[in-house]
Design a binder for this molecule. Sequence first.
Ligand code: ADP
Ligand code: ZN
Ligand code: ZN
Length: 797
Amino acid sequence: MIAQVIVDIAAKQTDRIFEYHVPDELADIEIGSRVYVPFGPRKLQGFVVGLTDSSEYKGELKDLLLVVDEMPPLTKELVQLSDDLSKDIFSYRISILKAMLPSVMRANYHKILQPADEQAANLPIFQGDPLDLNQAMDPKLAGQVRKLLANKQAKVEYIIENRAKSKTENQYELLVDKDEYIKIYNTLRQNAVKQKQLLMDVIENFDQYPKRQKQLEQDAQVNGATLTNAVKRGWLKKNEVEVYRDPLKDESNFVAKKIELNLQQQDALSKISQSILQTENKTFLLEGITGSGKTEVYLHAIARTLDFGKTALMLVPEISLTPQMVSQVKARFGQEVAVLHSGLSEGERYDEWRKIRQGKTKVVVGARSAIFAPLTNIGLIIIDEEHESSYKQETEPRYHARDVAIWRSNFNHCPLVLGSATPSLASRARAQKNVYQLLTLTQRANKKQLPQVNLIDLKQVQFAGSQFDLSVGLVEAIRNRLEKREQVILMLNRRGFANFMLCRECGFVLKCPNCDLSLTMHKDSQSMQCHYCGYTTQIPYRCPNCQSSQIRFLGTGTQKVQEELLELIPNARILRMDVDTTRRKGSYKKILDSFANHEADILLGTQMIAKGLDFPNVTLVGVVNADTGLWVPDYNSSERTFELLTQVSGRAGRAEKTGEVLIQTYNPEHYAIKLAQTQDYEQFYRYEMRVRHMGNYPPYFYTVLISIASKNEQVAAKEAFKIRRQLQGNLNKDTIILGPTPSAISRLKNQYYYQILVKYKKEDNLNKLLHQIQDDAQGVKKYGLNIYIDKEPERIL
Ligand code: ADP
Ligand code: ZN
Ligand code: ZN
C-alpha cells in the first residue's frame, strides 16, 4: 500500500503530495492519519490524504516511519475540504490541515511515547522513562516504536502546560453475576468488615457498575487498599478511563425555559425542519430584529436534528456572546454539547475536541475555527450573527467560516441557517436572488416595541463635565435610570484613556516605533501602548522631541469615560469591559454575571458589549460616540456603523420595562446613523446597495486584496508595481485594478505595506494567476518580501 502525504512545511516546493510505502505493521493506517516520514535528511510530520495501490513514481519509495495517533485526527471529509479550500483561498494545504486541529496537536508541540503498563516500562527502549518522540526517529528506533504502538504497549501523548495531559481515573468492573457475589459474601469471615461493605455495595447496586473509584470509595465506605485486594482476589476488574476537563461544569445548573414559539418562529422552524428531514443542502437567511427569538428557533431546529438521529454544529461570534448562548444550549442538550472557543485553556480545548472526534457529542457550539470540528453525520449547521467580521480569519489561512459552512452543508446534505438582525449585504443580496431562502422575524418575541432611539447632536449640546465626552442629556438619563434601580449599558468603541499625546510647542505626536500609529495612554497600568503590536512605554511628562512640558493627551477611551462618570455620578457602580479587563480566563463571565446580579449599575465597554447580551433590567443604552468607525476609509464603514448601533440598541428594553437608546454623534445627518435610529434594516440595505453599486464595490464586484510587505519601503513598492503589470496584461477590460498604494496604516511591526485591490465580475484566469504570483513570492521571500493574498477582505485599509 502507498500513502499520499502532505508534509509539514509551508512552502511552494512542498505544497504537493509525496508518496511513501506503508510497512505491514502500519497496514491499519487511514486517510486523515498523522505520520512521521523521512524527508531528505530530515524526519517530518505530515498528514495522509490518500491511499493507493500503485504509483507513477519510478524510483523506490521510502517507508513511512510512524503513525502518530491511535485514531486519525482528521476525518475523510476534512481531508477533502482541505484540498478544495486550498485551491480557493491561496493557502498552503498544510496550513489548512493544521488549522483544523487544536493547537496542542500542531507540530511544534512536545510529544512523548508513554509505556502502556509496567511491563512495557521495563523494556530497554524506555528504561523507566517515557521517550521523547521527536528524538526517536532514526529508522531502527522508529521500527521499534511502531511495533510497540501496534501491540498497544505504548501510546503517544502531548505535553500540555507542563503536565501530562489526558487525565484518567480508575473504574471498577464486575466479573461474575450477582448470585456469585452473594455466595462469596456468605463465605467471608465475620471480621472482614471492609470486604463485606464492598460486596454489599456490589450486590445492592449491581446495575450501577462499572463504578469510578471515588464514587465506589464513597458508596461502600472503603479505601484503595480494599479495592486492590478485591482485584487480586478476582472479584473486580480495574480499568483506566479518561476523564475530560469540563469547561461547562459551572453551567449545569442553568434551567431551560419552556417556550412556545410564535407563528413567525414556527413558520421559520417548519421550513428549516423540512430541509433537515429531506437532507437538503439549502442555505437559509434568518433575518430577525433583535429580540425576535432567533435563538429559540435555533434550539428547536437542533432538537429536530437530534431527533432525526443527526448532529448539529453551531457557530457564534467570538467569546463575549458565548457565555449566555452556551448556557442556553447546554441547558437544552446537556452532556451532548461540546464547546470550542478561545476562552478555554488549551487542555480544555483538546478534551472537547477529542470528545467530538470520538463521536461522544452531538452538538458543537464554537467560534470561527469550530467550523472545522471533526463532527460526523451533520444534519444542521447554524451561524449566529452571520454578519460578524470575526468569521473571517485575518491571518493564514484566510478562510471565511461562512464559505466553509456552505461547503460542509453540501458535503453533508444538510441545511445551513445564517441568522442576524443586520445580515451582511452579501448574504442579503443572495437572498434577494433566491440563492438563499429568506426567513423573517419582524416582531419582538415579547411583543414589546423596539426601544425608542434618540440622537444627541454633539455639535449643539452642553457637556456635563469638564471633558467633551458626556452630554448633559445623557448624564441626566443615566441618573434617572439609576434612581429607578434600573441598569445602563454604555458603549464607547475605544479602550484606554486617551488616544494620543500631542506637544503644543512643536506638534510632536508620540507614535509606536514599530508601527505608523499613535500610542494610547492607559492610566490604570500607567503606560502608553500600541494597540497593534503591543509596544509599551512610560507616560511622558515632557515632550520627547523638544522637552517642553506643554503636552496634552487627547481623544477618549473607556478608562477616561469611567473616570468622568465617577466624577459626575459618584455613587454609580460601574463595570468596565474591554480587552484590558478581560484578559484573564473567565473574566468575561465574571463581569457579565456580576452585572446580571445587579452588583453594578452601569456596564461600560467597547463593542464587545454590543451583541447578544440579554439583561432584562437594562432600560437605557448609551452610545458615547457613534462616529468612531464612520470615517474609517473602508467601503463597508457605513455597514459596520449601522450594524453596531442596531445591535447595541437591541440590548435595551428586552423584558417588561420599556427601553430607551441615546446615541451621541457629530454626524446626525449621516444615513447609517439616521437609519440606525429607526432600526430599519431593509431601508438601509436598499440605500447601501445603491452606494455600493455606484462605487463598484461588493456585492456587485468580487474583490481580492494583494498586500506586499517589506522592511525596505522601496523594495515593497517596486515589487507591487511589478505585480500590477503582471495582472494588467492578463485580466479582462472591465476588471478594476486599484493601486499599488501604501496601506492606510503604511507601517506595521516594522514592515512597510503596499496594496493592490482587484475588483472583478468574472475572471476565469485570476485564480491561476494569483497562484503564480504567490509561488513567485516564495522566490523573493528570501530577500525579505512577503506577499499576502486575501479573497473578499473584510478590511481594505
Ligand atoms: P434574538 O436572538 O433574536 O435577539 P432571543 O432569541 O435572545 O432573540 O430572544 C429574546 C427573548 O425573547 C429571550 O428572552 C427569549 O427567551 C424570549 N423568547 C423567544 N421566543 C419566545 C416566545 N415564542 N415566547 C416568549 N418569549 C420568547
Ligand atoms: Zn515638543
Ligand atoms: Zn506598534
